[in-house]
Design a protein around this ligand. Structure first.
Ligand SMILES: NC(=O)c1ccc[n+]([C@@H]2O[C@H](COP(=O)([O-])OP(=O)(O)OC[C@H]3O[C@@H](n4cnc5c(N)ncnc54)[C@H](OP(=O)(O)O)[C@@H]3O)[C@@H](O)[C@H]2O)c1
Length: 281
């Protein structure tokens, strides 16, 4: 049985391959799909070259696959077409199950970024393939990897109000993917994957301040002002708007969950904000 992982050169994909190997899955049973095979050469498993924009390469890459982990594209340009290509190729290759990394609360969320994931879940349902939707929350790393400016200015900006975000460590989300990839169960279902203890951005700022001993507070801005601030920091305009829109989604409670699915799947409590911060600070 072959487990095939797309996006294997990305941050999540790498963790999935490492976790599969560390759980004793034989390297011979794992295939890593990469558009740049050189980038995948250190993964320690067979590499199959394919690009989401090139349907023929995908069909070849998925041959003989039982479980396909389809990691959503990091390139948001024409992403729905990219994803349709992946699903069509998976159906043509006859994979036994497609496991897709989407977005938390995909059925109800209204954040702009969710549209591609909602469309992709539709393509997968329409394909008739057995499927699992791993509806991933925001990564904890979105909040912990860029703290230099917050520490310098003593402020974390956002437009999430008092909304909570069930952010989860990539490593926990990778472990959840591995739990599904190594299960014999082919029942179609969705998991709502978030951290056990959702937090507000004010609580994030307070934890950063506590661990560093420096004054850091959260400053809430109207969505348009936050987008303008992000643009001012050098983010492309469209990306700045998407991030500010997502913060408004957090304010509406759309990026939080009390499902408990993540800790149940990985068999341990999820990584806490405090632990993730202390690992990087
Ligand atoms: N939950 C969150 O907070 C969050 C945040 C950011 C993104 N995401 C989504 O979750 C996914 C996984 O996260 P991540 O941290 O692993 O992202 P990442 O490190 O940016 O990895 C993205 C992966 O997509 C691949 N890719 C991009 N365009 C492709 C194409 N045309 N054909 C084949 N592969 C292509 C990249 O290949 P290369 O290595 O060749 O570039 C890379 O392997 C992202 O792609 C994005 O859809 C989620």
């Amino acid at each position: 049985m072959t487990i095939t992982v797309t996006g294997a050169t990305g941050q999540l994909g790498r963790l999935v391959i490492e976790e599969l190997l560390s759980q004793g899955v034989s390297a011979a049973r794992i295939a890593a799909v990469a558009r740049n095979p050189q980038k995948a050469s250190s993964l320690g498993v067979a590499v199959r070259e394919a690009d989401y924009f090139q349907p023929e390469t995908l069909k070849k890459a998925f041959a003989g696959t039982q479980k396909l982990l389809f990691i959503s594209s990091g390139d948001t340009n024409e992403r729905q077409q990219q994803h349709r290509n992946v699903v069509d190729a998976a159906a043509a290759a006859g994979v036994s199950q497609i496991i897709y990394t989407g977005i938390l609360n995909a059925e109800t969320t209204t954040i702009a970024l969710a549209a591609d994931h909602q469309a992709t879940e539709g393509f997968i349902r329409d394909s008739g393939l057995p499927h699992v939707f791993l509806r991933n929350s925001w990564y904890l790393e979105n909040y912990t990897s860029n703290l230099a400016s917050a520490l310098e200015h003593g402020v974390i900006l956002g437009s999430a109000g008092e909304g909570r975000v069930a952010a989860a460590a990539r490593s926990d989300l990778a472990a959840a993917a591995v739990a599904v990839l190594t299960s014999q169960d082919l029942t179609s279902r969705a998991y709502e994957l978030g951290g056990d203890t959702p937090f507000t951005l004010a609580e994030l700022a307070a934890e950063v301040a506590r661990q560093t001993g420096k004054p850091v507070s959260y400053q809430d801005l109207p969505e348009a002002e936050y987008a303008a601030a992000l643009k001012g920091f050098g983010l492309p305009e469209q990306y700045a708007h998407i991030l500010a829109d997502a913060d408004s989604g957090i304010a509406r409670g759309e990026l939080t969950t009390a499902s408990g699915d993540l800790s149940r799947l990985i068999g341990r409590p999820t990584t806490t904000l405090a632990a993730a911060l202390s690992a990087v600070l």
